[in-house]
Design a protein around this ligand. Sequence first.
Ligand code: IPE
Ligand code: IPE
Ligand code: MG
Length: 238
Amino acid sequence: MIIEKIPTHVAIIMDGNGRWARSKGLPRTEGHKAGTEVAEKTIRWAYELGIKYLTLYTFSTENWKRPREEVNFLFDLFADFVTRKIPEVKKEGVRLRFIGRLEQLPEKVLKVCKVAEEETKGNSNINVQVALNYGGRAELCDTISRIIEDFKKGKVDLPITEETVSKYLYTADIPDPDLIVRTANEKRLSNFLIWQAAYAEYYFVDKFWPDFSKEDLVAAVEEYNKRIRKFGAVIENE
Ligand code: IPE
Ligand code: IPE
Ligand code: MG
């Protein structure tokens, strides 16, 4: 199939690391390690396909409910991985940004995020947003608080418009996702980009995240090409 439309923004809910590990008789941590490698490859595949924005759901505001050891492992893995990869990411022209309640992250992780953003801010081959301690509801609460602060300073007018809300989100200058992919055959959003996903197309993969491949990403984009996006309107000759 010839792909005519490449989605500008693909967002992925990378799910199933734990089950992947369990299916192999391994500890969950091995699933997270394997999942991290696939996340790195996915950035390359997305770039090869011409996707300009890729958002990866990495840790949710609800994931703190997991055992302390798993949470610590995830943050250590993330910090080490990003620190190691910064030079290559920089060289490959990847712009890395982090969205979520970053100030609540362990000091070490926050520092790595800041360095990665700073080092890659001039890049534009592909924009990669890492959703870390991200929750869509938390984002809306933060957005509302910031709008009210600016309203008090006379910088915001009533009524609040959709454009105003979008401008105050973590994703202010990032287009809304066109395509949301979720692995591990779960069919829910789990608090991911709830405002931004209003008109996204969804694609579900019946594989655990560490088994996700370039073919799966291509299949998602091919399926996206078959979708007719109407945004509430009537399409002639449908
Ligand atoms: C996704 O895999 C990674 C994170 C949410 C951090 P999971 O860890 O959720 O894997 P399952 O869903 O338990 O298999
Ligand atoms: C969503 O996966 C969060 C990430 C992939 C980071 P979860 O595994 O946390 O979602 P639920 O609990 O199955 O909804
Ligand atoms: Mg999960």
